[in-house]
Design a protein around this ligand. Structure first.
Ligand code: T46
Length: 141
């Protein structure tokens, strides 16, 4: 898996009566949740994201349908299909992300470590490469 990313499995209770998935703050996540948002009704063929975050940590869950997530650093790249509501993709600092292939009715739920602040986004790819090379170099990756 790309550096600063990993899958997290959450508790799942299912059966003929349906499924329930549980996520507990302070226990199941590597950060305290300060914000929750969800992305719905993405038209076919639309891709979102195309940015990185300096300080924000997040867990992405596809709680209905399926979505593909591309995660990248200057040195690595991977496409992760999200299809299981009990599996979250943790994305840490300085990872470029793109979300695409939203199935009809797909819902992307995001648990975030910080309140929204546009200052934390790196949306320009050239700027990202510059900062990420410095960051991952310093981390010794
Ligand atoms: C990320 C991926 C997975 C807010 O006002 N508050 C919020 O909490 C968020 C997340 C967004 N916004 C506003 C900012 C923009 O005017 O909503 C608009 C759409 O945001 P954006 O184009 O950044 O959406 P995505 O889908 O490209 O990215 C989002 C998150 O912004 C981002 O942090 O990692 O989902």
């Amino acid at each position: 898996m790309v550096t600063n990313c990993r899958m997290i499995s959450f508790r799942s209770f299912g059966g003929v009566w349906g499924n329930l998935n549980a996520i507990e703050g302070g226990a199941d996540l590597p950060f305290d949740i300060r914000r929750v948002y969800y992305i719905t009704r993405v038209p076919e063929g639309v891709a979102r994201g195309f940015h990185s975050h300096r300080r924000l940590e997040q867990v992405l869950l596809c709680i209905n349908g399926s979505i593909s997530i591309r995660v990248k650093t200057p040195f690595e790249e991977e496409i992760i299909p999200l299809t299981d509501p009990s599996q979250g993709l943790y994305i840490g600092h300085m990872v470029w992300r793109e979300m695409f292939d939203f199935s009809p009715g797909a819902v992307l739920l995001v648990l975030a470590s910080e309140h929204y602040t546009e200052d934390d986004y790196i949306r320009d790819q050239g700027r990202y490469m510059e900062e990420a090379l410095s960051y991952f170099g310093k981390e010794g990756v």
